[in-house]
Design a protein. Structure first.
Length: 107
């Protein structure tokens, strides 16, 4: 996909279809996460992009952050022509992220 703001491309692709890649399915299904697909849809619709990866090997992708059911969730996705690929989703931890879960801690 070319042209346009990455968030616009994400929303446009998500409106067509959302495809959960195998890695994403494994990650959201972990017992300590149990992230629902409706939560991921909510984050895509209402969250904010906190990192942009224009040169990702999987294609232009981004990290979206939002709160759903009172917990922070990160979703990495890549907009394609006919669908939005969900690469992974996870619950960010305080060891790696500042209190707002939007900024990575420096190592």
């Amino acid at each position: 996909m070319s042209g346009g703001n990455i968030f616009d491309l994400v929303k446009k692709s998500a409106a067509k279809k959302i495809l959960f890649l195998t890695h994403a399915v494994r990650q959201i299904s972990k017992p300590d996460r149990m992230i629902l697909t409706k939560e991921i849809r909510y984050i895509i619709e209402n969250g904010e992009i906190i990192e942009n990866y224009p040169n990702d090997i999987r294609g232009h992708s981004c990290l979206i952050f939002g709160f759903c059911t009172d917990r922070p969730i990160h979703v990495v996705c890549s907009p394609k022509e006919d669908y939005l690929a969900i690469i992974t989703a996870y619950l960010p931890n305080k060891e790696d992220w500042h209190n707002n879960f939007k900024t990575r801690k420096k190592l």
